[in-house]
Ligand binder design. Structure first.
Ligand SMILES: [Mg+2]
Length: 104
């Protein structure tokens, strides 16, 4: 599935008011749920296979909110993905893949 098609399909179920803040909080909440899966794996509650299985839908939930947040900010998901890949490729080319900060 193409990213913009996915984003468009996400918007079919995206309703209500205060959409920008709700989409942002949705990203945070679902990322938290994913973190919880990883925490429980590290604590020994899950083996790797169960971590994978429990994380699959949570990653989808994060992706959903990323897609609607991008829309609320006026971006197409494919533009964000292409920009991000170009940024990473440039950093790798310059030997700056490690470290932090957006402007390396
Ligand atoms: Mg979830």
């Amino acid at each position: 599935m193409e990213l913009n098609d996915y984003q468009s399909k996400c918007l079919n179920t995206w309703h209500g008011d205060q959409r920008l803040i709700r989409s942002f909080l949705g990203v945070c909440g679902e990322a938290g749920e994913l973190s919880e899966r990883i925490k429980k794996h590290l604590r020994g509650d899950y083996d790797v296979q169960e971590l994978k299985s429990r994380s699959f839908k949570e990653i989808g939930d994060v992706l959903y909110y990323i897609a609607v947040l991008a829309h609320e900010l006026g971006f197409e998901l494919s533009d964000i993905a292409e920009d991000n890949i170009a940024k990473l490729a440039k950093r790798q080319e310059e030997g700056k893949i490690k470290g932090d900060g957006d402007h390396r």
